[in-house]
Design a protein around this ligand. Structure first.
Ligand code: DON
Length: 305
């Protein structure tokens, strides 16, 4: 495995030149577009890594999977999906268009920004800080990394510039998808997106999902098999946005990308894989990360389809 990862990483480095680092959140523009890293965490507790696997990056949209788990645990499946749909969009992750077209208004799924903000609004807590701390502790627990925290610069950068998310959130409150203080809800959302991770952290969250919501080392049950299955299914149908179909054909496993350059994947009952490469393709997915996963899937034949 180690030799294979080294080889794949070296073969994929060049493709990063074809991608672009996200700049719509200004702090993300500082990332090095040549960075590329991978970590595989398997059920035996072994970790295999290559390249820039220890480099920290912000989790961004990968966080949507974890928030969804906690929101379902807080409110139940029925409540969550009464407000948020289950269908892929074929639109960009930050598209607003369907919010007004679909009647009654309902974000199409919890992986696009609109749906994810609605999910975040459902996290229980007295105020936005308590909500975020519950969420952060949940991330720490399932990644096995007690030191996870936010990147303050990325958080402030998105909070200062996130007007597209702001406009969706105000629209959603107007049509009754949630109630409460929009800025407080967005504050929790911007913080969750700014949690700093590396490839090991997201590989371990992927492994937790692969292990049906139990901590692999201890067997501790954190969430039900059903909740973990719902999350993995959304990863397959919507996790790579309007490239989810292509990714399912090329790689064939549940995956969730973030504009920070990370991709978290989960191979049921086998492994979690975390990749990082901040140079993105035109759909907002890590270009080097997708290529590495495609090559690894071909070599290990791990497509679930
Ligand atoms: O809300 C946003 O736009 C970002 N915080 C997250 C978007 C994202 O990661 C999309 N992923 N590919």
């Amino acid at each position: 495995m180690q030799i294979l990862l080294n080889k794949i990483l070296e073969n994929c480095r060049r493709i990063t030149e074809k991608g672009k680092v996200a700049t719509y959140i200004p702090a993300l523009g500082k990332a090095d577009p040549n960075d590329l890293g991978i970590c595989v965490a398997d059920m035996n507790g072994d970790l295999f890594s290559a390249g820039d696997y220890e480099k920290k990056f912000t989790i961004q949209s990968i966080s949507k999977t974890v928030t969804l788990m906690l929101a379902i645990m807080d409110n139940g499946i029925e409540y969550v999906f009464d407000k948020i749909g289950m269908e892929p969009t074929g639109d960009a992750f930050n598209s607003i268009i369907k919010l007004e077209i679909v009647s009654p208004s309902k974000p199409l799924n919890p992986m696009i920004n609109a749906g994810a903000i609605a999910v975040t609004s459902m996290i229980k807590g007295k105020n936005s800080l308590e909500k975020f701390h519950r969420l952060l502790n949940f991330f720490r627990k399932i990644s096995g990394n007690e030191n996870l925290d936010i990147n303050e610069e990325a958080y402030l950068s998105e909070k200062a510039t996130g007007d597209r998310n702001r406009s969706m959130a105000y629209f959603m409150r107007d049509v009754g998808i949630f109630t409460g203080d929009v800025e407080d809800i967005l504050d929790v959302y911007f913080r969750q997106c700014s949690i700093e991770v590396n490839c090991i952290d997201i590989a371990k969250i992927g492994l937790f999902l692969a292990n049906d919501g139990r901590i692999p080392e201890t067997g501790e049950i954190i969430t039900s098999e059903k909740v973990s299955r719902i999350v993995k299914t959304f990863m397959v149908t919507c996790g790579m946005y309007n490239a989810s179909g292509q990714f399912a054909i090329n790689v064939g496993i549940p995956a969730k990308s973030g504009v920070g350059g990370g991709i978290m994947t989960s191979i049921p009952h086998k492994m979690g894989i975390g990749v990082y490469g901040p140079a993105l393709d035109d759909k907002g997915n890590s270009i080097g990360g997708c290529e590495m996963l495609k090559k690894l899937s071909e070599e290990l034949d791990f497509s679930i389809f």
